[in-house]
Design a protein. Structure first.
Lengths: 222, 259
């Protein structure tokens, strides 16, 4: 492997990591509260607001039904407003964050719904407020499942950033498309795939282990 | 201590409306262990869940102490609940918290300071005899130990009333006995009013002073537990007693072992 190729790949990898990191962070900042809201606003739950719940669910479904590449393009004008350009990594992060937030919200919702209603009732019975129940019961009780879900989310975002490569977002996806595909450099294409595979493996491994660690503490026989 | 006037509750289900509680009137004295028995679907769980409004009654009034529970707003209801403990058939402990932290939950919610929480949790751990399990997680405990934690969590904030929703129904007879023993002890020590919901007659025979029999959402009989056993009037009470006796006979026939 030539030095040029190594340079190009490492630069692309760093870009991808940067995009995935920031997208996950911003996506969760939006998606996590949304996911919590989806759970607690459900009919009969601690902040029962069935109408808001339905509207929110519908909006999320609409966004989620758009193909990723189209969603990224639709959101480009927003990127221009926020970062001043529609090109490059930062512009892509705007689209990617907003595009992945609804998906993350559904993942969070699913995990939180695993907490049995009995636990919530036990908290209600000692006079806990909705906020206390969210912070002290819902999130801690669902933690292993949340970690697993967010891992799935991050891995999807890796794929999402690669697609964003098609509109010049930079990162491994861009490299694969511009060099590997458009200039027939099969070696580069192959190399980016190898890096992506390693990246995904590492992410899954880390997520699994964090979740296992939390569970182990709870199940440990003394 | 607890007074219920004309309480009614209907569930609207896709299969039609089900009247679960019909015009319930009940009075429970302070310091009493009051049992409510009924077959499945009689409405006993709904009745006890109305007392802290985990279930909202449709009509009627509930008083606990001098508070009208049914008239409270959200915030006031939360404050009232801090003084009404509740234990559950499925324990409903928090798996993410140790025994100590499960018990401290009620105190955190009530806004106690750390120092005070520690002191109180230590006291209550001693009361339920779980001092050696303070750092264990619920998933590491037996059913009986889990219910002891449930009781401790319910009692941590010194409630005036303890509501028990089938708290022994998931436990074996020996563990049931030890949990009832604990409840009787606490009742004596703290003069705590306890409302016990159960479908096991033996539970009430062993622990309650007074009881009511619930049938299809109505109270069909009430009185001192002892006299109700000696002289049951309602069909449901008679059926309960005869079924329990049959089981005892069956046990006798098999030489005391379970076949």
């Amino acid at each position: 492997m030539s030095n040029d190729l190594v340079d190009m790949l490492s630069k692309a990898t760093v870009e991808t990591l940067y995009m995935v990191g920031l997208t996950t962070l911003i996506g969760l900042l939006i998606g996590f509260p949304l996911g919590v809201l989806l759970v607690v606003s459900d009919k009969g739950n601690i902040i029962s607001l069935p109408k808001l719940n339905k509207v929110l669910g519908s909006i999320i479904n609409v966004i989620r039904s758009l193909p990723e590449i189209i969603l990224i393009i639709i959101l480009l004008p927003l990127a221009r407003i926020i970062v001043g350009t529609t090109l490059g990594t930062n512009a892509a992060i705007v689209s990617l964050s907003i595009g992945s937030a609804p998906f993350l919200a559904r993942i969070i919702e699913n995990s939180l719904k695993e907490v049995t209603h009995g636990k919530i009732e036990a908290a209600l019975a000692v006079g806990a407020s909705p906020f206390q129940i969210i912070a002290k019961v819902l999130i801690p009780e669902a933690l292993p499942s949340l970690v697993r879900g967010i891992t799935i989310g991050i891995i999807s975002i890796v794929g999402f950033t690669a697609i964003a490569g098609a509109i010049g977002a930079g990162g491994l996806g861009s490299t694969a498309i511009r060099f590997g595909y458009q200039r027939f450099r099969t070696d580069i294409l192959f190399a980016t795939v190898v890096v992506l595979v390693i990246l995904v493996q590492l992410l899954q491994f880390t997520g699994d282990h964090i979740a296992k660690f939390i569970n182990k503490k709870r199940y440990k026989i003394e | 201590m607890i007074k219920i006037n004309n309480l009614s509750k209907t569930f609207n289900t896709p299969y039609g409306n089900i009247e679960v509680l019909k015009d319930i009137n009940l009075e429970i004295e302070k310091g009493d262990i009051f049992g409510i028995i009924g077959f499945s679907g009689a409405g006993k769980s709904t009745l006890v869940r109305c007392m802290n409004r985990l279930e909202e009654p449709d009509s009627g009034k509930i008083f606990i102490g001098n508070k009208e529970i049914t008239a409270l707003g959200k915030k006031e209801l939360r404050d009232a609940r801090k003084k009404i403990g509740m234990i559950f058939q499925q324990f409903n402990l928090f798996d993410s918290r140790t025994v100590f932290d499960n018990i401290s939950f009620s105190l955190e919610v009530a806004g106690y300071k750390k120092e005070k929480i520690k002191k109180r949790v230590d006291e209550i751990l001693e009361l339920v005899e779980l001092e050696d399990k303070r750092n264990a997680y619920p998933l590491q405990l037996s059913g009986g130990q889990k219910q002891r934690v449930g009781i401790a969590r319910a009692l941590a904030n010194n409630p005036d009333v303890l509501l028990s929703d089938e708290a022994t129904s998931a436990l074996d007879p020996q563990t049931t006995y030890s949990i009832l023993e604990l409840l009787k002890n606490i009742n004596k020590k703290l003069n705590l009013t306890i409302v016990l919901i159960t479908h096991e007659l033996d539970v009430l025979r062993y622990s309650s002073n007074n009881m009511a029999v619930l049938e299809q959402g109505r109270i069909v009989e009430r009185g001192a537990t002892e006299s109700l056993f000696l002289n049951p009037k309602s069909d449901t009470a008679k059926r309960f007693i005869s079924i329990t006796n049959d089981f005892q006979k069956a046990r006798g026939w098999s030489g005391g072992d379970i076949i």
